[in-house]
Design a protein around this ligand. Structure first.
Ligand code: GUN
Length: 281
């Protein structure tokens, strides 16, 4: 194996020490940070994600509430619930786990969260702040990826970064964060012609499409940094990313594993955003 592993569990542990310390300091000052997680319906994957988020809060001294709502909840009832949490002084961060049932307009729900409590960074105010280089909450997954890149000392200024995927949650904010650090950024997606021709030029590749084997060894420049945001299941039901790990690890300089790469970092940055929100409150 040529590539070195970027260990998201180890880096998370390190960052969570700082988070727990800051949470303890806030608690002593009578301002324990608090996160509200709203889960609508019974989506299996969402239940696991939400459980992990609440557990991480408990382990690091952050107060949390898990607000479980039936899939039958109406949009207006959900908006009322968010309004109550917006006004709750114990709560510094509000997260509505996506996806929501189809009768609910996710956009409307996200926009109902007070921007000051938008620790997911999905509100238009947060997205606009990121776009314009202003202060705001950064979406947790791309924020975690940036922490990983900085941690391993990847030069970002002038580097060519290729982001595969254009979602509002990962692809688009990822590109903005890399651009902010003066990388040259190419965003690729399902209509991109000859993806490999672009990724082979990249010093950094971030794969975030949710499809197995989007990036294979022949598509990677020797020594490149490869970040895998994917969360898929292979034919045996095992968790795997978007990158053909076995092949790409022989070519890349650095690579994130799945599991144990970006996943834990997403939760860590959620905790970090909640702490920042409480510190600013
Ligand atoms: N669904 C998948 N990823 C996320 C995330 O980061 N936040 C929320 N709220 N929902 C998600």
């Amino acid at each position: 194996m040529a590539a070195r592993l970027i260990d998201g569990i180890a880096l998370s542990k390190l960052l969570r020490l700082n988070i727990a310390e800051r949470a303890a300091r806030l608690t002593v000052a009578g301002k324990q940070p608090g996160l509200a997680v709203i889960l609508v319906g019974e989506n299996q994957a969402s239940q696991v994600y939400v459980r992990n988020k609440v557990k991480a809060c408990e382990e690091n001294g952050i107060y949390s509430i898990l607000d479980r709502q039936p899939a039958s909840i109406s949009e207006s009832e959900l908006l009322e619930r968010i309004a109550a949490l917006n006004a709750d002084p114990r709560i510094h961060g509000i997260l509505v786990q996506l996806p929501l049932p189809t009768h609910i307009d996710s956009h409307k729900v996200i926009e109902a969260i007070a921007p000051a409590k938008d620790v997911d960074g999905f509100h238009m105010i947060s997205a606009g702040a990121l776009m314009t280089g202003n202060h705001g909450f950064k979406p947790c997954t791309p924020y975690g990826v940036m922490k990983m890149l900085v941690h391993i000392g990847t030069p970002l200024r002038g580097a060519h970064a290729v982001v595969i995927g254009r979602s509002n949650i990962v692809g688009k904010p990822m590109a903005m964060l890399l651009l902010q650090e003066s990388a040259t950024v190419t965003i690729c997606h399902s209509a991109t012609r000859d993806l490999g021709a672009l990724t082979r030029q990249a010093d950094i590749v971030v794969a975030a499409v949710g499809k197995r084997n989007v990036l294979t060894a022949d598509m990677v420049k020797p020594g490149a940094v490869v970040i895998d945001v994917g969360m898929n299941r292979n034919d045996e039901g095992k968790l795997c990313g978007d990158v053909d790990f076995e092949g790409v690890k022989e070519v890349a300089g650095w690579i994130t594993p799945v599991p144990g790469g970006v996943g834990p970092m997403t939760i860590t940055m959620l905790l970090m955003n909640t702490i920042k929100s409480a510190e600013g409150a």
